[in-house]
Design a protein around this ligand. Structure first.
Ligand SMILES: [Fe+2]
Length: 492
């Protein structure tokens, strides 16, 4: 059975080929400035106050050498502060060894997930991919942490964004344990849950609980077979849910001997199943496992429990081909690259804890998209609304050019079209207030505007999805990125 949404989409021919490319360009400069109030179009909602922290792979080349994959760019954290109707922007690179040493040498010195050090296998053999600290940034337990799924968090000063250093929760993480870029926070007690996948010779799933004060209180590990990749997960009030796609490290020796990157050694095997596992939050133990026909996906949405059933949202795609497409985002795409048909589709899974039955239901009518967002007070509880970044046929394809809002109760689909030559990223939902309705709030994001060749902070009305309440122009572009969150605290 499919869930059908009601709504219409724009459908325009492509008019601006390659206009997204500048949005991927490196931004070398670091800056800190207030935006002139008279340049702001619209009005910043009086109730909106806080800081949007965002992470992106801001530097994608060094000394004229391009990194081999978008995911290998050095982490650049932005802080957009909205305070008393004024807006401040600041950005700074995370001073990882990769960033510091490559800056000094002006050449590629470190292996990435899709980048090889120039010079052949001997330069790469027995080297692990380096931590680019480029995927997300969270503020939890009085720590601002830049995250990358294959390594440790990097602690930053929230006021200056200066790098304090690699962080391991005071020894809570062992030397080989990674900390993913997708922690989930229980809105009722502010406990944080996260995971990491790593192990030799077989991968293990490491599962962590950090209390609201920032103390790691639980760290458990268990085997998950050969499943080598997991980017995201979801929580309910009692359980954690992981979707393990059949992406296996099929040529580990080629990787170890420096003959290929780790991404090139991981292969998607359609003959295997995608596995859904359920862990109990209290014990970290696997309590159920489900098998489905093979599919791939990066991101999950929210999850919740009703009786014996868990409902879990996830973005799913038939193959892993999208990974190849993400390595060459710096060149103009051919017209046959069809994101609308290749992109991830919104699905809702029903997992029965008593019978072991599993159902995967396509939300029909939802546009292919990524970066699901919901009201954070609903994390682990039933949510009526999900927002996504998506691509519609508005003449400016090949990156996110719209937001969509899904109403799970009525099936209504709403689209916010950013218009010709404007590209967005993750919809960072922030509620209008503690007592506001679930969808009363704002989607705050950084939009690249091709006509200005600069970016702007855009505040969209999350309820009606029509109005850009304020457009705040920046003095430069902000490279396309991944994840961040809006917090009500300010640090300027
Ligand atoms: Fe992600």
């Amino acid at each position: 059975m499919n869930i059908a949404l009601k709504g219409t989409l724009p459908n325009k021919p492509r008019v601006l080929p390659g206009c997204e490319l500048q949005g991927y360009e490196t931004l070398f400069d670091e800056s800190s400035y207030w935006i002139d109030a008279e340049k702001i179009v619209g009005e910043i909602p009086p109730a909106l106050r806080g800081t949007l922290f965002l992470n992106c792979p801001g530097r994608n080349k060094i000394g004229g050498q391009q990194y081999g994959h978008w995911f290998d760019g050095d982490g650049m954290v932005s802080a957009v502060t909205i305070k008393d109707g004024r807006v401040h922007y600041k950005n700074r690179y995370v001073r990882t060894p990769k960033y510091v040493n490559e800056t000094a040498a002006q050449e590629i010195l470190y292996r990435g997930v899709g980048t090889q050090i120039p010079g052949g296998p001997l330069k790469n053999m027995f080297r692990a991919p380096s931590n680019a600290a480029n995927t997300s940034v969270i503020l939890h337990g009085n720590k601002l942490l830049a995250l990358w799924e294959g390594g440790k968090p990097w602690e930053l000063d929230p006021s200056t964004l200066e790098t304090i250093g690699e962080y391991n929760y005071e020894g809570g993480l062992s030397s080989m344990q990674p900390f993913s870029a997708h922690p989930r926070i229980d809105p009722h007690n502010h406990d944080l849950y996260n995971f990491g996948v790593f192990g030799i010779p077989k991968p293990k799933l490491h599962f962590y609980k950090v209390d609201s004060e920032g103390q790691m209180v639980s760290n458990t590990s268990q085997s998950v077979g050969d499943y080598a990749m997991c980017h995201d997960f979801a929580i309910t009030e009692k359980y954690a849910v992981f979707i393990l796609c059949p992406a296996f490290m099929r040529t580990p020796f080629k990787f170890l001997l420096g003959l290929c990157s780790i991404f090139e050694s991981i292969q998607f095997d359609r003959s295997e199943t995608t596995k859904v596992i359920v862990l109990e939050l209290a014990t970290g133990k696997i309590v159920m496992e489900y098998q489905l026909d093979a599919f791939f996906g990066f991101h999950l949405g929210n999850a919740y429990q009703n009786g014996e059933e868990l409902f879990v949202d996830a973005l799913c795609v038939d193959t892993m081909e999208i990974m190849g497409g993400l390595s060459d985002v710096f060149i103009e795409r051919s017209d046959d690259f069809q994101f609308l048909t290749n992109g991830s589709r919104f699905n809702r899974f029903t997992l029965n804890l008593a019978t072991g039955d599993v159902k995967k239901t396509l939300v029909e009518g939802a546009v292919a998209g990524e970066f699901p967002a919901w009201n954070p007070r609903c994390t682990g509880r039933e949510n009526r609304y999900t927002w996504l970044a998506t691509i519609i046929e508005n003449g400016t394809p090949y990156n996110f050019n719209a937001f969509q809002k899904i109403d799970h109760k009525t099936g209504e689909l709403k689209i916010h079209d950013f218009g010709e030559g404007r590209f967005t990223s993750e919809p960072n939902f922030t509620p209008m207030g503690e007592n506001a309705a679930e969808d009363e709030g704002y989607l705050v994001s950084i939009v690249y505007n091709h006509a200005r060749e600069k970016s702007e902070v855009v505040i969209v009305d999350a309820k009606d999805m029509q109005h850009e309440l304020a457009v705040i122009p920046l003095e430069h572009h902000v490279p396309f990125g991944f994840h961040g969150y809006f917090y009500t605290e300010t640090f300027v």
